[in-house]
Design a binder for this molecule. Structure first.
Ligand SMILES: [Zn+2]
Length: 224
């Protein structure tokens, strides 16, 4: 029996010592340089693993970029376009640097808001303007998005479809079919070690865990 093709998409938020005050709980998704390097070493040469970076933290360019380039790896950077140039975040020049190095962009909305709680007035900025600003850097349409805080429901998904999103990345963990429109990712956390990396890249989650993940995703997709 062969398994259907599937990929693991990892999400990096911040690396090293944060250079801006973090939101409550945000430190749990920052990793050390050593943890990040261990992940890259495990990922190198794997065509079934993809790397994504959310939040446009300055560490994307200062730490991630040189380590990626050293290993010939690439990543997709999901930028909250309205936060460019803020303290501790990427600058416009940094975004060009990423593109010049062969990295790709995705949208992480405008101001890093929970998309389930948007007012109607916020929707165009979050789901259209953000992507347009990023397309201005890349010169090509930016149609892939990651949901801030991994937060979505059926209304969010409908709005994203209407805005032309071709792929929506979540934080639901687990493997995903490469073509899946709603695409699960797994976040690196401050507790990760080699055993965790091996488990995420090669381990099969237990049947009860897979059933739990599936149930949680179904609820999110349908809730309103
Ligand atoms: Zn985020």
């Amino acid at each position: 029996m062969t398994n259907p093709p599937s990929t693991v998409t990892l999400t990096v938020h911040g690396i090293g010592s944060p250079v801006r005050p973090l939101d409550p709980g945000e430190d749990e998704v920052w990793v050390t340089v050593k943890q990040f390097e261990d992940v890259l070493d495990a990922v190198a040469g794997r065509t079934d693993v993809r790397l994504t970076f959310d939040d446009a933290n300055a560490s994307d360019v200062e730490i991630a970029l040189p380590h990626l380039m050293k290993r010939g790896l690439t990543g997709q950077f999901f930028v909250p376009a309205g936060l460019l140039g803020r303290p501790g975040r990427l600058t416009e020049e940094n975004v060009r640097e990423l593109l010049d190095a062969g990295m790709t962009l995705g949208s992480h909305g405008w101001a890093h808001c929970d998309w389930r709680r948007l007012s109607p007035e916020q929707v165009p900025d979050e789901m259209t303007k953000a992507a347009e600003v990023l397309a201005g850097f890349s010169g090509t349409p930016v149609t892939e998005v990651s949901a801030p805080f991994g937060s979505y429901d059926r209304h969010v998904l409908r709005r994203l479809r209407e805005a032309g999103a071709t792929k929506v990345y979540t934080s639901d963990t687990g493997r995903a079919h490469p073509e899946a429109w709603l695409h699960a990712r797994t976040s690196l956390r401050d507790t990760i070690d080699r055993a965790w990396i091996d488990q995420v890249l090669d381990g099969k989650p237990s049947l009860p865990r897979r059933a739990r993940n599936l149930a949680a995703r179904t609820v999110k997709r349908l809730r309103g």
